[in-house]
Design a protein around this ligand. Structure first.
Ligand code: PMP
Length: 293
């Protein structure tokens, strides 16, 4: 198999030779932003939404991305084409760039842009059919007053600490709470519950990423006539929900059938979750920016 090619600042390098400086503040401080994007059927799913979110995150951290959004989309398409990725995952990273050892970004004249396109398998198919068991992490999600989770930054240590708790509990994901104990999101996914036919997800201002899959699923649900609410809820509400599922670019839509040893509903993938999984799958095949256009 031929080595994959990685885009770095406008050039392509073989995977084994794709390197950035150890003086890049992305490496030294986690200073930068990123996106994870799916390619389905030769089309970049929700391409504009991901690029918009990246530029918004960059703005929030006071970083100017040195190419336009249109150029960025062309670079994403080209990276898929040169690697013949028609179904896969794109990791787009923009770090603060090379500077000195100090924290100050003023010493970093130009952000580094990296695009990796590769295949992806996240969870086994069986998990999509039967749902997953998860835990609540004791590590609280970063508060928006400290580092707003709406900024998809390279600083993922908060999520990684919760992920380690999941690993130690032998489950694939962990639910995170706010400082006040409200359910907010997971280490790499948003969370939804279904109660009495209504779909509920925590508001992003609570401290969650404004997930693109989240937004997509909310729209699909509304189109199906399912009432959708962004509402604060607790673990009590979660344990007593009829259904629960996670959404994310990598995970897509996946049912959660057990949280902290409590069965959710009857412990099987619920009917609303199943319907939304199907509708989401259908949408991925038709929506998106063609990599050959
Ligand atoms: N929350 C966090 C912390 C994430 O890292 C992700 C994955 N990007 C999500 C939620 C889901 O967002 P999206 O649907 O845009 O992938």
């Amino acid at each position: 198999m031929e080595e994959k090619l990685v885009y770095i600042d406008g050039e392509f390098y073989k995977k084994s030779e794709a390197k950035v400086s150890v003086f890049d503040h992305g490496f030294l401080y986690g200073d930068g932003v990123f996106e994870g994007i799916r390619v389905y059927n030769g089309k970049i799913f929700k391409c504009k939404e991901h690029v918009d979110r990246l530029y918004q995150a960059a703005k929030a951290i006071y970083m100017e991305i040195p190419i336009s959004k249109e150029e960025m989309i062309e670079a994403l398409k080209k990276t898929c084409r040169v690697n013949n990725i028609k179904d896969g995952y794109i990791r787009l990273v923009v770090s603060r760039g090379v500077g000195d050892l100090g924290l100050s970004p003023t010493k970093c004249p130009k952000p580094t842009i990296v695009i990796i396109a590769d295949s992806i398998v996240l969870y086994p198919q069986e998990m999509y059919e039967k749902g997953m068991k998860v835990i609540t992490a004791s590590t609280r999600r970063n508060s928006p007053q400290c580092l707003d989770p709406q900024i998809k930054s390279l600083n993922y240590l908060n999520n990684i600490l919760a992920k380690i708790e999941a690993n130690m509990a032998g489950v694939p994901e962990a639910i995170m709470l706010t400082q006040d104990g409200y359910v907010t999101e997971c280490t790499g996914d948003n969370i939804f519950i279904v109660k009495d036919g209504e779909l509920i997800t925590p508001p992003v201002y609570l401290g969650a990423l404004d997930g693109i899959t989240r937004r997509t699923v909310m729209k699909l649900a509304k189109d199906l006539g399912i009432p959708v609410y962004e509402k604060v809820f607790t673990l009590f509400n979660l344990y007593n929900a009829d259904e629960c599922f996670f959404t994310g670019t990598a995970a897509e839509v996946i049912a959660v059938t057990e949280v902290d040893g409590r069965k959710i509903g009857n412990g099987e993938v619920g009917p609303i979750t199943k319907k939304l999984m199907e509708e989401f799958k259908k949408l991925t095949l038709v929506d998106g920016v063609d990599i050959y256009d």
